[in-house]
Design a protein around this ligand. Structure first.
Ligand SMILES: [Zn+2]
Ligand SMILES: [Zn+2]
Length: 132
């Protein structure tokens, strides 16, 4: 697929701590190398990108090395790695998504049910409440 960098994006991150972590959390993938072909740099960041030549103008996060994160123009990257939405309200700040991302369940939801053995059922109950 082809992607384009979005320049001048805010560097503020999200609940995940970094945009790279955000990409890992929501893609379920990870990489040690920049996916751009023939680039083997390891200094990865979660880059804000858009699909190139698409009517979809949404912002996505894709792992790129810091040099490729600064380039302009179209980058050809493997489809293998997923584009993750950069919209926090669709991802890490969305309650349903947070519930479904197992790594975040523990610390966030202990206050609702302090008995560890019942934590998962408490989460399920809250999940159902949100579905109603
Ligand atoms: Zn995030
Ligand atoms: Zn690169």
């Amino acid at each position: 697929m082809k992607i384009e960098n979005i320049n001048g994006t805010s560097q503020t991150t999200c609940k995940c701590g970094s945009w790279l972590k955000h990409w890992e959390n929501f893609s379920g993938q990870s990489t040690s190398f920049c996916p751009v072909s023939s680039c083997l740099h390891k200094d990865l960041v979660g880059a804000h990108v858009q699909k190139s030549g698409s009517t979809d103008r949404k912002w996505y996060i894709y792992p790129l090395c810091s040099a490729h994160n600064k380039t302009t123009g179209v980058l050809e990257v493997p489809d293998y790695y997923k584009l993750v939405s950069a919209n926090k309200s669709e991802t890490c700040e969305k309650v349903l998504t947070t519930l479904l991302t197992s790594g975040l369940l523990g610390s966030e939801f202990i206050p609702y049910n302090e008995a560890t053995s019942q934590r998962s059922s408490g989460v399920e109950q809250r999940f159902r409440n949100y579905l109603v």
